[in-house]
Design a protein around this ligand. Structure first.
Ligand SMILES: [Zn+2]
Length: 170
């Protein structure tokens, strides 16, 4: 008996930009849902070193459909963990080829062994994911003008919010 496998045309894949945009309509941006939709699972871990904020790594057993997982330091505050997930998502989108070389581990300064330019690009995309200008503007229009309140609404650290808004950080 032969099995005929029917070929169905693959559904058009959403681009990372389209996936991200889908979750930026309301605050806070669900960055874990973005990771899942990109095919990456997200875990909280207790790392041996407190100097590690997160990592993205090949995880054939427990990873998402992409075969990758993100782990964040369970001991850090929630706004910080969200930024770390967004930073690792950014590495997944921007530096996918480099992830084939092994685990990408970011310390608390978001240094992983990639170049400074690559880390900057990951930080910028992470900020764009969590604090899109359109959503931030919408919140301001709704009367939320205080930086700390904006940060609370978007569930990011006040420091991240200040950097995003171009306000001098002490
Ligand atoms: Zn990094």
């Amino acid at each position: 008996m032969s099995v005929v496998r029917q070929q169905t045309p693959a559904a058009p894949q959403a681009t990372p930009g389209q996936i991200i945009a889908k979750y930026q309509a309301s605050a806070p941006v669900d960055v874990v849902a973005i990771a899942h939709e990109l095919g990456v699972n997200v875990w909280e871990m207790h790392f041996a070193s407190p100097r590690i904020s997160g990592k993205i790594f090949r995880d054939p057993l427990n990873g998402g459909p992409s075969g990758f997982s993100i782990a964040v330091n369970a001991g850090e505050p929630s706004g910080r963990k969200r930024f770390t997930v967004a930073h690792e998502v950014a590495h997944f989108i921007l530096h996918r080829a480099k992830l084939e070389n092994g685990d990408l581990v970011d310390d608390t300064m978001y240094r992983s062994g990639l170049s400074d330019d690559e880390e900057k690009a990951a930080n910028l995309l992470a900020a764009e994911i969590l604090m899109p200008f359109s959503l931030t503007q919408q919140l301001v229009n709704e009367g939320i003008k205080d930086v700390d309140l904006l940060a609370a609404k978007l569930q990011v650290s006040p420091t991240a919010m200040k950097i995003r808004l171009g306000i001098q950080v002490a």
